[in-house]
Design a protein around this ligand. Structure first.
Ligand code: G
Ligand code: G
Ligand code: MN
Ligand code: NA
Length: 253
């Protein structure tokens, strides 16, 4: 029953929660932030994965409400962690539909004001597809978001269908290299060449580069050797409940 009705009920019953996956900087040797990821749970058990229910929410438009909730919740949480421990950034995935909604910028500003999270500690993750299909006003919107101090990352970088030239036009701060490229990086020459080139390109363009899906030390070592120090993946931690993430940051690491 992956329907709109079921999703609405889930929202009303507070069955949607956010998990947090650590983002680390291996040069600094610390967790620098987290990516907030939606979970639909009943009694602590996942009922549907985000791959299953996010597309449904997108189709019926509920992603606007859900996305706004997730944004507020992630900001609220990051502000608490920053106040209790140290500055930690939070990355929130934003769907195309949510992004294109007329009230997105207003709601973003309202959430920042309400939660008092320093805007530079919020990163919005958009996909190549979202920016490509967004039309001319997307560039303007991205600039307005950046004017608030909020940072932008291109999620699943390299898997979209667009040309590199768009990178010149979209003011994103970070490239998140898709885990499909990281998977084989320790032994496959082509993957290694692509990743190395993306890191060089990103740095040349004054962007941060983060590798997703890092699962092994071999992968992390390779990434370090080509100058990519920001990583996310099972090697450092899966997405976890807020309380568990807080335990990770509250110990000196
Ligand atoms: O958490 P992973 O565990 O399974 O997430 C799967 C996918 O679901 C992610 O790639 C991401 O694109 C999407 N997703 C997770 N959380 C959110 C969210 O808050 N908003 C949107 N739009 N997508 C999300
Ligand atoms: O598309 P997006 O990157 O926003 O979503 C992240 C997805 O990647 C989530 O589904 C998350 O569970 C998954 N993921 C995160 N780290 C790893 C990893 O190290 N290996 C694999 N296979 N998947 C991961
Ligand atoms: Mn993401
Ligand atoms: Na991704």
């Amino acid at each position: 029953v992956r329907t709109e009705v079921a999703l609405r009920k889930a929202l009303a019953r507070n069955e949607l929660t956010l998990y947090y996956q650590p983002k680390v900087d291996v040069e600094l040797g610390t967790i620098v932030g987290a990516e907030a990821l939606l979970r639909w749970q009943v009694n602590g058990e996942d009922v549907y994965t985000p791959e299953e229910f996010v597309p449904v929410a997108e189709d019926c438009g509920l992603i606007v409400t859900i996305g706004e909730w997730a944004l507020r919740e992630a900001c609220r949480q990051a502000e608490i962690w920053t106040r209790l421990y140290r500055p930690l950034s939070v990355s929130v995935n934003v769907s195309a539909l949510q992004f294109q909604h007329t009230r997105f910028l207003d709601s973003l500003q309202a959430i920042l004001a309400e939660t008092k999270l320093h805007p530079t500690l919020l990163e919005l993750e958009v996909t190549e597809r979202t920016v490509m299909e967004g039309g001319d006003h997307i560039v303007e919107l991205l600039h307005k978001i950046k004017a608030l101090g909020v940072t932008l990352s291109l999620d699943d970088f390299g898997t979209g269908y667009c040309s590199l030239s768009y990178l010149k036009h979209f003011p994103v701060d970070t490239l998140k290299i898709d885990r499909a490229f990281i998977r084989d990086v320790a032994w496959d020459n082509d993957s290694a060449a692509i990743v190395s080139a993306v890191v060089t390109m990103g740095k040349g363009m004054n962007k941060q580069v983060l590798a997703e899906g890092v699962e092994s030390m071999d992968q992390a070592t390779f990434l370090g050797s080509v100058g990519c120090s920001q990583m996310q993946g099972f090697l450092f931690g899966k997405a976890m409940p807020a309380r568990e993430f807080e335990e990770r940051i509250s110990v000196v690491d």
